[in-house]
Design a protein around this ligand. Structure first.
Ligand code: ADP
Ligand code: MG
Length: 233
């Protein structure tokens, strides 16, 4: 078996005296499509943020490719591990100019057209203002920029929940394609059908604890059930 890309050992996250995540132990392997499920407020987003150190664990150890995450310079980590969130906002201005700014900032060897090609967006968008893009189009551009950075690992926090059915399917297909190319995907979704469609293995969180591990089909049985029933199944 291959070595895990991420390993969490007895990880806790405490904020303002409140335990947000409790004794998290998990391993994520290269090229997995790993899903984090759980009700609202169960700690999914907080957990995802530990992977690229947007949140810092208060106890326990996190390893990235066998190296203690605390020993890795943050920019090096974030070159390889990219988070895409729901409702990502772009700089204001004409799309073409804004994309040129991001391309320069992110040091990408690409043109604005290359970026639009990633998610199949029309070049006519280049002449629009970013404020005049629909939420879905803006989100697709943000996703395209993340893909253009060519990270090894994608952290996805509910990225399709504000998208139309068509755009959501487009994004899921793209993520599956990236997995086929060798990327690792760690994904939060509240849409169970979507989770089954894309995800393989994962965890179910409740009150900051992992209460079940398994295939996505097994995990979705936990929604709306109390802990004992969910564990018994
Ligand atoms: N800064 C904070 N201080 C105290 N509690 C917080 C803070 N940020 C988040 N929380 C709490 O942590 C819990 C988990 O939140 P979150 O990770 O956003 O859950 P999810 O993404 O599953 O909806 C929630 O109960 C939330 O209220
Ligand atoms: Mg969340």
């Amino acid at each position: 078996m291959s070595k895990p890309v991420f390993k969490f050992e007895n990880v806790y996250l405490e904020k303002n005296g409140k335990t947000i995540l409790e004794d998290i132990n998990l391993e994520i392997f290269p090229n997995e499509f790993f899903v984090i499920l759980g009700e609202n407020g169960s700690g999914k987003s907080s957990l995802l943020k530990l992977f690229n150190r947007l949140e810092l664990n208060t106890k326990g150890r996190i390893y990235f490719n066998g190296e203690d995450i605390e020993d890795i310079p943050i920019h090096k980590l974030r070159d390889k591990v990219i988070m895409i969130m729901q409702g990502a906002t772009l700089f204001e201005g004409k799309v073409k100019k804004v994309l040129e700014t991001y391309i320069k900032k992110l040091n990408l060897n690409k043109t604005p057209e290359d970026i639009l090609d990633i998610m199949g967006l029309n070049y006519s968008n280049l002449e629009k203002n970013t404020e005049n893009l629909s939420g879905g189009e803006g989100q697709l551009i943000a996703i395209s920029l993340a893909i253009a950075k060519n990270p090894d690992i994608f952290l996805l926090d509910e990225i399709t929940s504000a998208l139309s059915i068509t755009m959501g399917a487009l994004v899921r297909n793209k993520m599956k394609e990236l997995q086929k190319q060798g990327k690792t995907i760690i994904c939060i979704t509240h849409n169970m059908e979507n989770a089954v469609e894309v995800g393989e293995r994962g965890i179910f969180l409740k009150d900051g604890k992992i209460i079940k591990r398994g295939s996505v089909k097994e995990l979705i049985e936990c929604f709306g059930k109390d802990e004992e029933k969910c564990i018994k199944r």
